[in-house]
Design a protein around this ligand. Structure first.
Ligand code: RET
Length: 256
């Protein structure tokens, strides 16, 4: 039976709790600040709220599953139950399209271009997650272990991920051009590097089992997913919120 040390068990437990606490706190933030924005930007905050609620529930469930999967025995935590990232993938299925679409409201893409980006973001985002979801069933160290299938599905998912990166780079470039004269530009410009780093943590976490050490793989995967979740949902959402409120002020909007 696989086992992990008390400190690794606790570290993951703390990090998972921090994750859903961050989502709960940010949920309140996005609700309370929505009126600092002009109505045309508010859909970005609404989508942040959707992302927060779904992540809050999922990460709470993930933490419960973690605690129930292990039993303390002779000073180590033995894995006596089931623990997987399956729920996370289903959460991403909702959150990935929402995160990609929310920026379109702030960037000011309109008309046919808006529809085109929306469709492409939703399609590539969903395909990226679904193919990764299939892949994680073959993860080394689990009941369905199959190294080749795991890597092949991961590679297919990566192709869709590259499409997503190309699209978001284009959207942010358009945003920068639209904000050329705005004070919000430097803050908005920070989103692209944040996006590249935070989203790329997910595939890195996916391949952690290559470390061939159960404890290190399972613990680092949970820590990495949580860091990526906070950066890609909370930090990203907060930046979009501040960018929107600067743009709103510059267009003469005052909160009523
Ligand atoms: C997978 C499978 C392995 C290959 C790649 C992946 C990419 C995952 C990404 C997930 C982003 C999730 C976000 C969630 C926010 O709620 C599926 C791990 C490339 C990029 C942003």
């Amino acid at each position: 039976m696989e086992s992990i040390s008390v400190s690794s068990f606790q570290l993951v437990s703390h990090v998972l709790t921090l994750g859903y606490a961050a989502m709960a706190a940010s949920l309140i933030f996005f609700i309370l600040t929505i009126k600092t924005n002009l109505p045309k930007y508010r859909m970005s905050s609404v989508l942040s709220v959707v992302v927060m609620v779904s992540a809050l529930l999922l990460l709470f469930e993930q933490q419960n599953q973690w605690v129930e999967a292990f039993t303390l025995n002779a000073g180590v935590y033995e894995m006596t139950g089931n623990f997987s990232n399956g729920f996370r993938y289903l959460n991403w299925l909702i959150d990935v399209p929402m995160l990609l679409i929310q920026i379109l409201f702030v960037v000011g893409v309109a008309g046919a271009a808006f529809k085109k980006y929306l469709t492409q973001f939703a399609t590539f985002g969903v395909l990226m997650i679904l193919t990764g979801y299939v892949g994680q069933f073959y993860e080394p160290g689990t009941a369905g272990e199959d190294l080749v299938m795991w890597l092949v599905w991961g590679a297919i998912s990566t192709v869709f991920y590259i499409f997503v990166l190309v699209l978001i780079t284009r959207v942010i470039k358009e945003g920068k051009a639209n904000m050329a004269k705005s004070k919000a530009l430097p803050l908005f410009a920070f989103i692209l590097p944040l996006f590249y780093v935070s989203w790329t943590i997910y595939p890195i976490a996916y391949v952690m089992p290559l470390l061939e050490n159960f404890e290190l793989a399972i613990a680092s995967q949970q820590v990495l997913y949580t860091i990526a979740d906070v950066a890609s949902k909370v930090v990203y959402g907060v930046i979009l919120q501040f960018v929107s409120s600067i743009l709103s002020q510059e267009q003469g909007y005052e909160e009523v």
